[in-house]
Ligand binder design. Structure first.
Ligand SMILES: [Zn+2]
Length: 249
């Protein structure tokens, strides 16, 4: 699956949508990109894309190339190590322009984009009925085995004591994000403290975005949160390995 160099050939017809495409989020075509931080190649869903705005500042999008911007896009793993290296050298090289940005500023930009991505994904999951919302619905979904990822707000007190929360945490399927008011705003349902994502593809995309959001203002509270965060990152990597190896079986 090599990407062809740019040429003046007529655009190739897109493959028909009748195959694959079972997930609302993951693209069936997975172009391979090079991270400007570590220099390694990876599937583009595992990377974030940055473009330069009119002022020469990088704009980051977790859902792929920001469509409102023209010009060259660069790709980076949403991981501290890669972002720090990208801020020092990789961005300027990738953009072929001097980009003055501290590692902290780039981390902030990625975390901000990640939080917007989480909100967008949860909003569309709500509209697509891929969410269990509230303690009762989440407990039911967990009991039925349909909860892919349980998301708790940082200020959830009662919901934190639910048995399904402990079970989800033990399986690395618990995440924390925002507060009741923020989640309520995203879902148009005031003061929501707990939800479960029911769709596998959406849950995977939410995990990726949550891990990136946790780079700066931790999406996961305290020391325990760091543990959950790294657990999520591992689960993500495991999921990608499974994705790539399914054709071998
Ligand atoms: Zn990298």
């Amino acid at each position: 699956m090599m990407s062809s160099p740019r040429s003046n050939e007529p655009p190739k017809r897109r493959p028909s949508a009748s195959r694959g495409g079972s997930s609302a989020v993951a693209s069936s075509a997975r172009p391979v990109r090079t991270c400007v931080g570590c220099g390694e190649r990876d599937n583009s869903p595992a990377l974030v894309c940055a473009v330069l705005d009119d002022a020469g500042q990088p704009v980051v999008d977790l859902a792929g190339r920001p469509s409102a911007f023209e010009g060259r896009g660069v790709w980076i793993h949403p991981e501290r190590r890669c972002l720090e290296r990208a801020a020092r050298h990789g961005l300027s090289r990738g953009f072929r322009a001097g980009v003055k940005l501290s590692p902290e500023q780039l981390l902030e930009a990625v975390a901000g984009a990640a939080n917007r991505r989480v909100a967008g994904l949860l909003g569309s999951a709500m509209r697509g009925r891929h969410l269990a919302v509230g303690a009762d619905a989440v407990s039911d979904a967990w009991a039925q085995g349909s909860a892919e990822l349980v998301v708790l707000t940082r200020d959830a007190a009662a919901a934190r004591k639910l048995s399904c929360v402990a079970a989800a945490e033990a399986l690395g399927r618990l995440a924390e994000w925002g507060d009741k008011s923020a989640l309520g705003t995203v879902l148009h349902r005031p003061d929501t403290a707990i939800i479960a994502v029911l769709d596998t593809g959406l849950a995977s995309a939410v995990r990726t975005a949550l891990a990136a959001a946790g780079l700066v203002s931790p999406a996961f509270a305290g020391e325990q949160g760091t543990r959950v965060s790294s657990k999520l990152a591992e689960t993500n990597e495991a999921a990608q390995v499974v994705d790539e190896s399914t054709e071998d079986r």
